[in-house]
Every structure is written in structure tokens, then in C-alpha cells.
Design a protein. Sequence first.
Length: 131
Amino acid sequence: KKNERERQVGLYESLKSEWSAFFLTCRNYPDLDIFFLPLECSETITDKEQLEQSKKERLEQIGFAQLFWIVQRNYVRAYTDDLLTEFERGEWKVFLEEYFRRANCLDAWGKLKDFYDKKFVEYIEKNYAIR
């Protein structure tokens, strides 16, 4: 079990720069349909204000996806190194509590959580996202 977590940490570390580049591409080109969540058809939106709001929401989702990935990476690292209690008590706890109070964060979590490690999702659901 520990070897599996160590392998997972190694995988996260090796993909760090690639994920950063991917998220940057998603943020720079939100109209491309390359993000985890499919692009909702903006062709039916004729109002410019609605279109801008739709783009803003997509950029928020992309930003939250990157945030969740960063937190997951640190969660897995802490879990592997038997430092989970420090992770739970440290700055991450305050940081996550603040974010998961936001409706837009909870909305993004609900849409994106299936893309993350199952143990990480269970941890977040138990401690932050479901109140």
C-alpha cells in the first residue's frame, strides 16, 4: 500500500510541469474544448454579457481544477510520508476551509471531483465540501 502511494507521489512530481502547462493552455484559451469539463455551447448565447459570464465561470472552473490538483498532490505526499495529521492541522486546513465556504468553489468541486484520487475526494468530502 505504501509503495502504491510512493509511486503515485513520483507520478505527480514527474507530471508537475506538464500539468502546469496544460492548465495554462486551458486558461489562455478557455474557448477550446480541451478542459476536463466539456465546453458548454456558447453559440446559443447571444447576449454579450452572458457570454462574458460564461467565460468567467469556465476560467474559475479551470482555476479551481488547478487548485484541487495542487492540494491533492500535497495530500498524497503527506499521506505517503505519514504526515497526514500535519496536513490536516496545518495551513492547508485554514486555506481549504476558506475556499470551501465559497459557493463557486463548492460548485466547481461538485463538477470536478470525479477527476481526482478517490482517497483525496473522500478526505475533502468528509472534512470540507459536504456540510
